[in-house]
Design a protein around this ligand. Structure first.
Ligand SMILES: NC(=O)c1ccc[n+]([C@@H]2O[C@H](COP(=O)([O-])OP(=O)(O)OC[C@H]3O[C@@H](n4cnc5c(N)ncnc54)[C@H](OP(=O)(O)O)[C@@H]3O)[C@@H](O)[C@H]2O)c1
Length: 231
């Protein structure tokens, strides 16, 4: 079985039966551990996407973004991923047709327009994000942790403004992503994994006793995709 437990670094954790489903046999336990929370977040962020639509994933090389690119590709969307130079090849290998390197190009200043923009970073204003949408397009905000000044206030303010504007916006939809654990979603993700449409991208694995080093790698060294603790 695999699924989502309350966050814990431990040999054993309790999880409600409703949050567990059968592990796809082709996934290792490490790959299965990397999947539920991040892939469910990506799936919920893309739930309105339909085949043929153009989606942009800001933060495409991160834990959620690497799944979002693969899920959108599996759903037949044309995918643009935004990441830094060192992750361009990774994001392309996950299925993105176009990759924007944010260290050289600001996607909000380009001419391309999107049906769905999944923002996992929070480093652009609402105005900048909305102007990259086609009329009737959807902006999905998840918060992120990066603002222009490096503070957390920027992303939080973006979410609060997004939630408010989402109530009145007519030209576009603005939604704040709220990922809730769901066995039904887990089954969808397990099927996508079993058919090879999503493969968890793992940067590094650490034994449980090296959890502090794993957190250091995540926070300080700017890990890509997912890191996994093994027991
Ligand atoms: N991971 C989860 O399971 C999970 C679950 C629920 C909600 N969330 C939420 O989803 C959001 C994304 O989480 P995550 O875990 O995917 O984050 P993450 O793994 O830290 O990924 C961050 C992404 O942001 C990009 N980035 C970093 N600095 C940037 C900058 N200055 N300008 C533009 N892009 C930049 C990174 O690109 P490079 O690495 O290429 O620089 C990477 O693609 C967060 O709001 C988080 O709270 C995550």
């Amino acid at each position: 079985m695999f699924g989502e437990a309350e966050a814990a670094f431990a040999e054993y954790v309790c999880a409600p039966q409703t949050r567990l489903v059968a592990k796809p046999p082709n996934l290792t336990f490490e790959q299965a551990a990397a999947l539920p929370l991040a892939a469910n977040t990506a799936l919920m962020g893309l739930r309105d996407l339909t085949a043929g639509q153009h989606v942009l994933v800001n933060g495409a090389s991160g834990g959620v973004g690497t799944f979002a690119v693969q899920i959108a590709t599996a759903y037949g969307a044309e995918v643009t991923g935004v990441c830094s130079t060192r992750n361009v090849d990774l994001v392309r290998s996950l299925g993105a047709e176009h990759v924007v390197d944010y260290t050289h190009t600001d996607f909000t200043r380009e001419s391309a327009r999107y049906d769905v923009l999944l923002d996992l970073v929070g480093n652009h204003s609402l105005r900048e994000l909305r102007r990259t949408l086609k009329p009737g397009g959807t902006l999905v905000l998840s918060g992120g942790g990066v603002s222009r000044g490096g503070s957390l206030i920027g992303p939080i303010a973006l979410i609060v403004r997004g939630a408010l504007i989402g109530k009145f916006a007519r030209r576009h939809r603005v939604v704040v992503l709220e990922a809730v654990p769901s066995a039904a979603n887990l089954r969808v993700l397990a099927e996508l994994a079993e058919t090879g449409k999503i493969v968890p991208a793992i940067d590094r694995e650490y034994p449980l006793e090296q959890a502090p080093a794993a957190i250091g790698h995540l926070e300080v060294e700017h890990a890509r995709a997912k890191i996994v603790l093994t027991v």
